[in-house]
Design a protein around this ligand. Sequence first.
Ligand code: XMP
Length: 319
Amino acid sequence: DWSMGAYREAKIKEIREQVGSGRVICGLSGGVDSSVAAILIHEAVGSQLTCVFVDHGLLRLNEREQVERLFRDHYNIPLVVVDAEERFMSGLAGVTDPEAKRKFIGGEFIAVFEEEAKKLGGADFLAQGTLYPDVIESVSFTGGPSVTIKSHHNVGGLPERMNMKLVEPLRELFKDEVRALGRELGLNDQFVGRHPFPGPGLAIRIPGEVTKERCDILRKADAIYLEEIRNAGLYDAIWQAFAVLLPVRTVGVMGDHRTYDSVCGLRAVTSVDGMTADVFPFDPAFLSRVATRIVNEVQGINRVVYDYTSKPPGTIEWE
Ligand code: XMP
């Protein structure tokens, strides 16, 4: 794409001018945005960039390994992986309010990140994969200009505390443009086509209290759902698909005995930019197949429901 090629060159020049000989730290989330930002910045300033990936224990199945492979092995970008699962799980104990979860995770993320930055000897710049919709989402069409629907943990907060300047090369872009830029930078279609994943991760897909055990249950259900979506050739037709684990138990029957386990919700939406969304109209046979597999294969879930709510009035995530 000629325009993305030009954009890439212009941004690289801009990043070099901004950063000079300074050191840059980039927090990776495992998603497309921070990855594209990091790869672009690495192309501009090479080893002046170090990436930090905080594993908060709220990631999807095998996500951490995929990030390690891509950055360390494929792009050869310096990467620090922080295992912070216990820290996040103990901090989330007893927390059920969605905004309290988001605020804790955002704050803890900053704390972990600051510690790692200090260990690395500090940096002059902080790189973020902030997109245009992230910048304007708090100015919401549903609630009027100053209503925050959800506190996004990837916007703001860090620079003031850490005394670092921001490098945000994707700030003018929408998601589809970031994907085009990612392709331009050599990322494969499967990677750039990955569905968005929120900073607070699985925590906001587990209404009620988040525990490691519930994260493990959700990871299994989510992986089955996504595997079936890929096998059916539907992945790229969907903006975002994921499972949620509800704090509700219902009665079921398996063979000749009674079960009393959690409900799993499935969500899939189409969208252009995440600001509005429509429900993806699965074939009922597909949903039956997924429900059967999840109930049979995931211990702790005995019922599966499909979320039929568009955005607005629903949001894409459940919290
Ligand atoms: P909602 O749930 O507000 O989500 O309809 C819109 C899009 O934003 C993603 N999302 C987040 N992304 N940090 C992020 O990086 C966050 O805190 C966050 N919360 C929601 C969500 O997955 C969807 O794509």
